[in-house]
Design a binder for this molecule. Structure first.
Ligand SMILES: *Cc1c(COP(=O)(O)O)cnc(C)c1O
Length: 436
């Protein structure tokens, strides 16, 4: 029995914080650590390496080496008004190879590194196909190099799997939240997993230390990497094509709302950055965090206190949403979001589990608890006074019939069945308590 059922105490409601610094006009955007050119280069790189990925991962045959997911019409009974537009599920919980939203960013960064090593060693001159990178001469060189990363789980899976597949040594520093099965998944693929007793920030620091002054070690820095961020942002241009093929109009009369589960802020930040480039003030991006790990909202509220930690304000980082259990936000992501993000919703594990259950029962989608956080987004927008204020202030209230809402399901593919079943059972109980 979880704490909520035992104590019978009244549940903390989903909350919404609105970003007072958002600037609708693109000319007023804050200076960016990256520019859209970086995103275009990332997109081209993922395209260039697609034949190599197809060769390394047979599951990418149909998509010819492109790792992406569908946009699915979603029909679930949500505790929001009925006339507020259409719901969609962005199915990153089905992303092959990495099994989570970490795929685009993490794999992009490792590809950028392999490209650099290959060029340095003369392996990628004009006359050579990208597939030459799987030949023994290349592998002999790659095995001298390592990629390393600190992770609560999913970033480690993304970096570890692609790094090992390319022939690098791969080391993943896992925080105490990391699930056993994610460690096992990596070890089966030849990745060196180092377990830490501390939280995510500590795991990252350990990885960063590893790579210090060693040109043979590449550290994927989840708190600072522009390569990772640019890779995440590629999701936006691909989503634009999906919106078009599904005839989903986005303009002043047809607003788009996007709800993104947030840990350090890199993945949702990249996606929001990309979407704002294409859709400007007609897209409204909201992050969703667990109430006990809401580092991104905290940093947005306290711009003067760089690297403020959730522990400073009495949050405990205890949540089953392992992908979101992060004490300190990425300062880069916060800066990128300063003038772009609409707001941050905070939710709790009872909602995460109830929504995980709803997604299975009504849409047959299997997501992990972190991904289920997206479902609290619309709940926060429609059921709080801050949400109503946002709609009023932006003259959206009477356009909601035409609105589209994308719930970004960020992970779940590799969840072991028994682990998932436990989540589902807990979700069933939580749904009963919450929704009757
Ligand atoms: C990592 C992760 C997120 C959030 O990404 P950040 O870059 O940490 O903000 C959301 N959902 C899942 C499942 C994740 O693994």
């Amino acid at each position: 029995m979880d704490k909520f059922e035992k104590s019978g105490k009244h549940l903390e409601k989903v909350k919404l914080w609105l970003n007072p610094s958002i600037k609708p006009n693109s000319a007023e955007q804050s200076l960016a650590a990256i520019t859209y050119v970086d995103v275009e280069l990332a997109s081209e790189r993922l395209q260039r390496f697609a034949p190599l990925l197809e060769h390394l991962f047979p599951e990418l045959k149909d998509s010819k080496g492109i790792i992406d997911s569908g946009l699915l019409a979603l029909n679930i009974p949500l505790d929001i008004p009925t006339d507020c537009g259409k719901l969609w599920l962005k199915a990153d919980h089905t992303l092959p190879v990495a099994g989570s939203v970490k795929a685009r960013g993490g794999i992009h960064e490792v590809l950028e590194f392999v490209e650099m090593v290959a060029i340095k060693h003369g392996l990628l001159s004009d006359d050579k196909s990208i597939l030459s990178l799987v030949e023994p001469t290349a592998k002999d060189i790659f095995k001298k190099y390592s990629v390393t990363v600190g992770s609560t789980g999913n970033l480690g899976v993304s970096i570890g799997v692609i790094g090992a597949a390319l022939g690098f040594k791969a080391t993943v520093h896992m925080s105490s939240e990391a699930k056993e099965w994610k460690k096992a998944h990596l070890r089966e693929r030849g990745v060196n997993v180092i377990e830490h007793q501390g939280d995510y920030a500590l795991a990252v620091a350990a990885g960063r230390q590893d790579a210090l002054d060693d040109e043979y070690v590449h550290f994927v820095d989840d708190e600072r990497s522009t390569s990772l961020f640019a890779g995440y942002a590629v999701a936006a241009e691909r989503l634009m094509a999906q919106l078009q093929s599904l005839d989903i109009k986005v303009d002043e009369e047809n607003p788009l709302f996007v709800y993104l589960p947030c840990g350090v802020g890199g993945a949702p930040g990249g996606i929001c950055y990309g979407l704002k480039e294409f859709l400007g003030e007609n897209v409204h991006c909201f992050f969703v965090e667990p109430q006990e790990s809401s580092c991104f909202q905290l940093q947005m509220v306290h711009p003067e206190q760089a690297n403020i930690s959730i522990y400073d304000v009495g949050q405990n980082n205890k949540t089953e949403a392992d992908g979101l259990a992060v004490p300190v936000a990425s300062q880069m992501a916060v800066e990128m979001m300063r003038t772009r993000l609409s707001g941050v919703a905070t939710t709790n594990d009872d909602y995460l589990f109830a929504d995980l259950y709803l997604l299975k029962e009504y849409a047959n989608q299997r997501v992990e608890p972190s991904a289920a956080a997206a479902v609290s987004g619309p709940r926060a927008l429609f059921n709080t006074k801050e949400g109503k204020e946002y709609l009023e202030k932006n003259h959206l209230t009477n356009k909601m019939n035409n609105a589209n809402h994308i719930l970004w399901a960020t992970g779940g593919l590799f969840l072991p069945p028994d682990e998932y079943h436990e989540f589902w059972s807990r979700g069933k109980r939580a749904a009963k308590t919450l929704f009757g």
